[in-house]
Unconditional design. Sequence first.
Length: 672
Amino acid sequence: GNTLGERWYEFEQRVWLAWRAGRDRGIASRWSLGVRAIVTARVVRPSWSLVGGARVGQWTARLHPDDALAHEISTLRQAIDAVTWVSSRAHMLALQIAIRLMLVRGYESYRQITEQDLKTLPRGAAKGCNVLDAALCTLGVFDRTPQRGTERHRRRARRTPEQLVDLWDIPERFRDVTRLYLQTYAARVSDAYHTVWAKGMVLARFWRFIDERYPEVRSSADVLPAHARAFIPYMIEEARNSTRSRADGEVGTTAHAWLVYLRVFFSDLCTWATEEDSPFATMAPRTIPLTRRDLVGIGFEKARRRQEAWLTATVLDLEREMPNIRAYAFRRWQESKDAMSAEDLRSRTKYVEAFWDWALLELLVQSGLRIEEACELTTLDILRRNMPDGRVYYMLHVKPSKYDRARVVPIGDGLGRVIAEIIRQVKRFYDADAVPECDHWDHNEKRPWPRAPYLLQGRKHPSAIGVTTIRDRLAALSRAAGARRADGTPLSLHPHDCRRVFASEHLNSNTPVHVIQALLGHATIDTVMVYAKLYPTRLVEEYRQAVRAAFMAVHGEESLRNPTPEEWAAFSTGCSMRDMGTHICALPTGEHCPRGLVCLGCVHAQPKKSAVPLFRRMLASHERALAMAKTRGEPAGQIAAREMEVARLQTALRRADELSDDVAAAIEGAVG
């Protein structure tokens, strides 16, 4: 080579590779001494292949303390050692990455390291990168909170409508109307990125279909109802071939959603075209090509029935398995807490995983939040309110998400405990007196959230917990708990399943449906009624099957035969008055008894004379229990229930004492 750079390149490509392979080395113990001296003296800029396998930490440890590189490394080492949530090996790897980056890039200071440097590290060389990222954030190199490797690589900027149109293969004559519509929709209706993207994707499919089947259509104004109706079977076939299609090839509801996007497009186009000086005036067709009636009776009714049947089966599976999953998560958390050791990093890691599995599950189940809403929660969303009588209650403020409407959720004892435990864990992770602020990124909307003290952060890294992490942890938790569906297949728990459990539990507790609608943030009450319709039919059917199976197991098939005339006559004889052991019930057979099994206080019950000693013993026992309950200070409701039992026993005893022997013998003789 003619220059030092050229000669160094030849050395790396030929000599250094041979030396590393053990060939043609000089002095065996000093074969890398000259290379180390040249590289650390910053005479040349080595490639990553050279420093990637070298012990650069040992190379720089021999530098003079006054050397600029040694000073930079010392400052960076202090910041890395301050990261307490990883092992010492991770500290070493982070420092090695920083040294290698400075040598390869020719940086004089660690402050020259950029985020792009961390993103473009070679495969397999990024271990410790998260620790280095956190240290650089602490030193002020990055004006943000630390990020994990997945966060650094997944963050992509939002595409504009112009970029979306260029992304898809849309015929040139339809590009202007698509671009203008997406811009107008984002400005007037909603700029939700996922919605804008989905609308553009459907329009791209439609325009390609028109270009292929009807090349005579030169603009959107020439689209006729026949063209749009011909697109329906094409879209259904496309949905069958998509990743969300059913294995049996039947049509699903995805195609219907796509067709609704197309119908709304033409409806908006024709409406906006009537405005004064509208740019859509020359783009709107003469009539709306696709209407709501065109999407009726084309096969989606069966798909909706399948979806309702799936939802019914899912809710029943969740009601059966969710208590087991919650118990397993809580038990594993408690066991890991007992086994945790401050010196053992592995036991601390198991505790953190078990805690967050329990916390994420309980937060979603007890609040009914959507997963995006849970990720956006901050400590500032915990609102304190004072009631007129002096009592204090807390509310959870839920930011606008799906329907751009905020709401509040009351914080009960269970939800309050979960939030308190999460805050305590986050403070312990950061060793701080308050939940710190951190950055957050919305992967659906491709935009950053404002820096705030987010509730879900500090799991294994000083950053917010993402949607993907929550999904993965809940699925792994249900598998570890051994949850199964009714058909025996594994039950994989999803975050939205927790909302279904929240709704079903409140319906079982007789919470009004409009209250459940407000708590869940549904746009209409019809969504809640999906759960309400489940119980009068399917639940009763399941209950009857279970009761019939239990009855058959105890009594056998012989109990289901028709009675003989003699057996029926013997049964009819005792129907007017039923012997309840301690008393006679004179309520006619077939009449409804609102008291259930509480018979002693009923006017239809006639206590037996022979049961007087038993009543006296029962009364003495209940009076002793009532006195002890008052002494212990039991709740007023329990004391009132005990007083009611005592009053019923006193009434039964009085009526039995007042009964003459002749009448008592006649009643008991008639029954006997």
